[in-house]
Design a protein around this ligand. Structure first.
Ligand SMILES: NC(=O)C1=CN([C@@H]2O[C@H](COP(=O)(O)OP(=O)(O)OC[C@H]3O[C@@H](n4cnc5c(N)ncnc54)[C@H](OP(=O)(O)O)[C@@H]3O)[C@@H](O)[C@H]2O)C=CC1
Ligand SMILES: O=C(CO)COP(=O)(O)O
Ligand SMILES: [Zn+2]
Length: 350
């Protein structure tokens, strides 16, 4: 029995490769979003490639530079877009400017072109926007970018830790799907076989190929970008972040509340995925494969590597279920003893 219609929103053009920044003008022509753009960027990406992007966008496009994310930055973009009478936005950089632009584009009812300079998490391609503000850290629905132009030469030249964070965000899809299936079985949460299978396959491929993802190899940026796109598509099919966000994301959002910006999103959810895989499957489960894949890539596998002491890790794990109304293996909360055992056995603390 069909209860409702499904509206799957996806990017129309996804261009990933060496030097594709120079194809941005052609990609935008193909989208037929004629008119005046507003570039939303942050200091480093603007310095690195801002002029190269602007030269392809016609006469002297306006630019908003976002130094830190928040609703005030979204408001600044909205006001500038209205004042400049722009017809589409270009988000240039990591998650901070791209998500700011995504939320502003949604408010304005305008299209967004995403030009990531870092493959740091799947928000750079997805229909989810996450603006850190007050106690809210998790994403909300937003239209996905009309197009994604990801230049692997630019991304590979950036800090390797941003790419390892993107890898870890993908690896965490494994436990996200486990949690989603659990919620389906125990709580009748709607589950999409297509989105679940795509998301799990994306995580498994990355775990299997972890050995070939290496610093200094541009191909690694290409592999990770494709996986991030795949994860974004899974979320679009699901119409929620469920395929890519379970208890490991709740744990990360809780860490963000305790200490914003101490560690990268992807690194936190990667460590969360080790713990959550153990909670799901016990000693003989997937947690070792997840830990080993993260370790081979060079992503953190312990609380200390994230910059958190043992007690903070346990506090985050025992309170993570309060972050949002999303059923996971954490249920209504796990005991301190269970949390301590999970993080000790997996080597996340100690
Ligand atoms: N929509 C979603 O599902 C999600 C959204 N998010 C959001 O994304 C944001 C975090 O994303 P993240 O990408 O980590 O953050 P940033 O956009 O802040 O980028 C991380 C750092 O990398 C720098 N940088 C970016 N590109 C390059 C490059 N090519 N070379 C050198 N440095 C570079 C930035 O410089 P500078 O400081 O100059 O900007 C910044 O210091 C948060 O605001 C968060 O809320 C996070 C997870 C999921
Ligand atoms: O980061 C995400 C998926 O990787 C989005 O998840 P949240 O909805 O938990 O913010
Ligand atoms: Zn994530």
């Amino acid at each position: 029995m069909f209860e409702k219609s499904t509206w799957i929103k996806l990017p129309r053009n996804v261009v990933v490769g060496h030097g594709v920044l120079d194809d941005l003008g052609a990609v935008i022509d193909d989208l037929a979003v004629a008119g005046r753009p507003l570039v939303v960027t942050s200091p480093t990406p603007n310095r690195l490639v801002g002029d190269r992007v602007r030269t392809q966008l016609g006469a002297d496009p306006a630019t908003v530079t976002v130094a830190s994310a928040g609703f005030d930055a979204v408001e600044r973009v909205v006001e500038t877009a209205r004042a400049e009478e722009v017809t589409y936005l270009v988000g240039l950089g990591g998650g901070k400017p791209i998500d700011t632009a995504k939320m502003a584009a949604d408010r304005l009812g305008l299209g967004l072109v995403s030009v990531p300079t870092a493959a740091s998490h799947d928000g750079i391609v997805s229909g989810r926007s996450s603006i850190p503000e007050g106690d809210t850290r998790h994403s909300v629905a937003a239209d996905p970018p009309l197009a994604v132009v990801a230049d692997t030469e630019v991304i590979a030249a950036g800090p390797w830790e941003l790419t390892t964070a993107g890898c870890a965000d993908i690896v965490s899809n494994y436990t996200a799907v486990e949690d989603w299936q659990l919620a389906y079985r125990l709580q009748d949460v709607p589950y999409s076989e297509y989105a679940g299978a795509l998301s799990r396959m994306t995580a498994e491929l990355l775990v299997e190929n972890a050995g070939s993802i290496k610093e200094g190899l541009e191909e690694s940026a290409w592999v990770v970008m494709k996986a991030l796109v795949s994860s974004g598509v899974a979320m679009s099919i699901a119409g929620s972040s469920r395929p890519a966000s379970g208890a490991e994301h709740l744990f990360s959002h809780r860490l963000d509340r305790i200490a914003p910006d101490r560690a990268l999103h992807g690194h936190q959810v990667g460590v969360g995925a080790i713990i959550v895989a153990y909670l799901h499957e016990g000693e003989r489960g997937m947690w070792r494969d997840i830990r080993d894949a993260l370790s081979v890539i060079g992503a953190p596998t312990t609380g200390a590597e994230l910059g958190f002491d043992d007690e903070t890790v346990i506090e985050a794990l025992t309170t993570a279920h309060r972050i949002r109304d999303r059923y996971t293996i954490l249920g209504d909360g796990i005991s301190e003893a269970a949390a301590r055992e999970a993080v000790t056995v997996t080597g996340v603390i100690g």
